[in-house]
Design a protein around this ligand. Structure first.
Ligand SMILES: Cc1cc2nc3c(=O)[nH]c(=O)nc-3n(C[C@H](O)[C@H](O)[C@H](O)COP(=O)(O)OP(=O)(O)OC[C@H]3O[C@@H](n4cnc5c(N)ncnc54)[C@H](O)[C@@H]3O)c2cc1C
Length: 454
């Protein structure tokens, strides 16, 4: 017999977990199915040889909804904040140099040439209009500022968030606030200041955070609240519509196969899975979702004895412009940011290799990746020994790319979805890949589901 489920959420990454939790909080008897034995998706914290490793995301950027979620889950007291004034570095001319993080610091910085500073003055005093069509991040930065800014600061920043290529990423989709700032105020700086002023609540210096036990604390807290409403090791294998407009969903688990039906189906799965599951409803879902590109990323964690390191590791880590010719995209100094990340006397450094500008890197053998990263990082951090510890995680589909045409693609997906009332999509390809953005999007979906119910 086909069992009825009032709302079914598919995919137990942060997007699905938050959506299912919010639905249940709204007294909707939602169930969450996750194909792997462990919920959390790419959020994965592991303790090995005394190191607390983050195999996926390294930290969170605070949003008000995230803070509220921590309160609800009773885990606010477990949050650990990175030192807000710790410098972020960028590799320029073979040296790690602090990134200017404020307007005065930008004008004082020797990383930026005079013509780029002058372009910023023109932005503040002048007026510009974004072109009609979609514009790449590279073209936006060169039109408004300079190729030097793109190479030294924006490109590395883009690597840090998307592991992407500024020539392909869309400014409108990947950095909507910058696009909107220019559109609304004719100036990036004036537009961003206007946006900051319009924000409600106390002004806080944004900083990164995690949890004492690692990022997975959030996942575990959500999973605990869901209890038996979370079915792990359960994959959705097919979706079809029934005559009454509800959805019939095939589930596969070690206990056997079963079918459920639901009036509210929320797919919080990556685009390849979503495309496959929805192609039976309309093949256009596959046509629109499948081409969304994902960057492959290798996460290489290295442990060193502090006495073998000449560098203080004071700061967040560093980013690398592509023009520097290294294959490491960036490095996070975990043990400088949060307590309990490395055993006494040791340091943990996590580096990223791959992305859409170096597709071959993430296909390498783990041991070769360790050697490659160590050989590039050790001169920068004056390291005199081999790593005492290493761990490599390769994500073939790490981060969705908000490339040119992404906004139009999402609009067409949404039009198609509207033909199937009761169907929703959640996930990191929709409103930003950051965990905070996924949480905000998942909560918005839960609210729509709640509003639609009789
Ligand atoms: C290496 C890396 C570093 C990152 N760094 C940061 C960072 O520092 N800060 C930050 O904010 N963000 C970072 N991110 C991005 C952020 O972590 C992700 O965008 C976010 O966690 C994605 O969550 P999700 O729930 O949308 O997707 P996922 O985590 O991909 O979850 C999707 C889930 O669906 C499940 N699933 C798939 N198919 C099925 C099926 N048929 N049936 C049932 N379940 C299925 C999967 O098993 C998975 O659990 C990083 C990501 C990566 C990979």
């Amino acid at each position: 017999m086909t069992r009825h489920v009032p709302a079914l959420v598919v995919g137990g990454g942060i997007s699905g977990l938050v959506c299912a939790y919010a639905l249940r909080k709204a007294r909707i008897d939602a169930q969450l199915v996750e194909s792997s034995p462990r919920p959390g998706g790419v959020i994965n914290s592991v303790t090995r040889d005394g190191f607390l490793l983050e195999l996926g995301p390294q930290s969170f950027s605070g949003t008000s909804q995230l803070r509220q979620l921590y309160e609800d889950l009773g885990i606010s007291n477990q949050v650990v904040q990175a030192p807000p004034r710790a410098p972020r570095n960028v590799l320029i001319d073979g040296k790690l140099r602090p990134v200017p993080l404020s307007l005065p610091a930008f004008f004082m910085s020797s990383l930026i040439n005079g013509s780029t500073k002058w372009a910023l003055v023109r932005d503040i005093l002048g007026k510009s209009t974004p072109p009609d069509g979609d514009e790449s991040v590279a073209s936006f930065v060169c039109r408004k500022f300079s190729a030097q800014l793109l190479d030294r600061l924006v490109g590395p920043f883009v690597s840090g968030i998307y592991a992407g290529d500024p020539e392909h990423l869309s400014i409108r989709s990947a950095f909507p606030q910058l696009y909107e700032a220019e559109k609304a105020a004719g100036s990036i700086v004036r537009g961003m200041l206007r946006l900051a002023k319009s924000r409600k609540g106390p002004r806080e210096r944004p900083t990164l955070h995690s949890f004492r036990e690692g990022n997975e604390k959030l996942v575990r807290a959500l999973a605990n609240k869901l209890g038996s409403a979370l079915l792990a090791e359960t994959s959705v294998t097919r979706v079809s519509t029934r005559n009454d407009g509800s959805f019939e969903v095939g589930l596969e688990s070690p206990a056997g196969d079963q079918s459920v039906y639901t009036r509210s189906l929320i797919l919080a799965t990556p685009t390849d899975v979503t495309a496959r599951l929805l192609s039976s409803l309309d093949s256009s879902f596959e046509t629109l979702l499948s081409p969304i590109e994902y960057a492959a990323v290798a996460v290489v964690s290295l442990g060193y004895r502090k006495k073998d390191m000449g560098h203080s590791l004071h700061g967040f880590g560093f980013l690398v412009p592509r023009s520097a010719g290294l294959r490491v995209l960036g490095s996070v100094w975990n043990s400088s940011l949060f307590p309990g990340r490395a055993p006494e006397g040791q340091a943990l450094v996590t580096c990223f290799v791959g992305g859409t500008t170096d597709k071959a890197a993430a296909t390498r053998e783990p041991q070769k990746l360790v050697s490659l990263v160590h050989s590039e990082v050790s001169p920068l951090l004056s390291i005199q020994s081999e790593p005492a510890f290493s761990n490599v995680t390769i994500w073939q589909r790490a981060l969705p790319q908000y490339n040119l045409g992404h906004a139009d693609r999402l609009a067409r997906i949404d039009q198609l979805r509207a033909k199937f009332p009761g169907l929703w999509l959640a996930g990191n390809y929709l409103q930003g890949p950051a965990i905070g953005a996924c949480v905000d999007q998942a909560l918005a979906v839960a609210e729509e589901v709640r509003e639609r119910r009789p």
